[in-house]
Design a binder for this molecule. Sequence first.
Ligand code: BG6
Length: 480
Amino acid sequence: MPLEPALFILFGTTGDLARKKLYPALYALHTAGHLAPQTAILGIGRRDWDDTKYRETIVASLRAAEPAAHLDDTTFTSRFFYHRMDMAVQEDYTGLWDHMIRLETERQLGGNRINFLATAPELFPVASRQIGLNRHPGQGSFRRLMIEKPFGQDLASARSFNESLREVFPEHEIYRIDHYLGKAMLQNILVLRFANQLFEPGWNRQHIDHIQVSVTEPFGIEQRGGYYDNSGALRDMVQSHLLQLLALLTMDRPGGDTPEEIRNAKVSLLRALRPFDADRAMTEVVLGQYDGDSRTRGYLDEANIPAGSRTETFAALRLSIDNDRWRDVPVYMRTGKRLNRYDAKIVIVFKHQPYPGSAKESGRNTLIIRIQPQEGIDLRFNIKQPGMTTAITQAHMDICQSCDPVVPSPQAYEKLLYDAWSGDLSLFTRWDEIEATWTLVDSIRQWRKQLPLFRYTPGSNGPVAADRLLARDGRAWLNL
Ligand code: BG6
């Protein structure tokens, strides 16, 4: 079913995000028949391009991202139009509004507008304010604003940005993006937990020993030195993706499945995360920075990184959740660049269930939720070893959702664009979630100067201090 016709206005159309994620996502929506024939995309950038040049670059990016894309017919590319302007200059917006109205009239778009902010974050406040103040044309049409992360740099800046947004947009028009929420397995967490009698009753401190969350990347910061050096792993990954994932994994059962009920449950969980004081930061936070080797550059030698930068490219944390469900169940998280593999997963380790008598050793039940590159669920439990023996062994029930899919999972941005277009806010973050995640991350970052910054070898598991974090509790990272 096609989505309602709309003008999709892409601020920051010449950037990395548009090239790597948004054009492929729009292309997937187009080929699936979700975009109405008259829907148009107006890309905004500072380069001196015209529509032809713009369409050529889209074809080139798509060919790089998806070599199998059929781009010979122009039905997809002819949806794209280019507008050149400086988004920092207020006067430049008048020309943009004229261009939008012209396109809306020509293509009979009816006034629905989806604005997507994929610019450098410094431009978010000015661009969103101008969009918000602009008179919206159609009666009965919708206007939406999708905003990429980062939403602020800390709690104070996020709050001030949010206040300025709310002066010009009602909350229901604001779609704050965390693209991890668009990943299939994050949505699957809710079904796995809340639709299974097998799991839901045991999802708590009585049955679960601890939780591990790992999101590791083999590549470095690539061309993003300017952004990354002001960010670091805590801001770039923990405040957003990892805490969102944790909220879905550990929140209480929501009252229903509306966006508000799900987000209420997430907020309660995020507010129950214990903030870090100096002692906990010293013992329960490990920060690292990658070195170089003969093949790859160290972080300090990457482009646009100031000499002696102490920005962390790796973070491992031991989190505590102060509520009845999770008290005393540690959550270990780690994320970093230039590690040994591309992998995102959750490992839930259940408490030990001893077999009657003392002779037989049973292993712990373990549930692995694989987010990427493979999507799936792997449950490990004890069975009798086959044969005459009565010894116990671990069986794996391994469901790979992405190995031979009947219906392949949509890419995260494809799902998020589809939902925003349909007006479904469930997978977008509400302000109070952002407030709670920045509160936690600020509580760690305030001790950054005092914390050691461990070096690590590219292609490794990160600093050995991250192993010590678990070893102290008699545990180890499970690279399953
Ligand atoms: C982005 C971060 O939000 O997420 C990047 O800014 C990171 O640094 C990326 O590489 C990871 O996303 P994915 O979908 O590749 O796991």
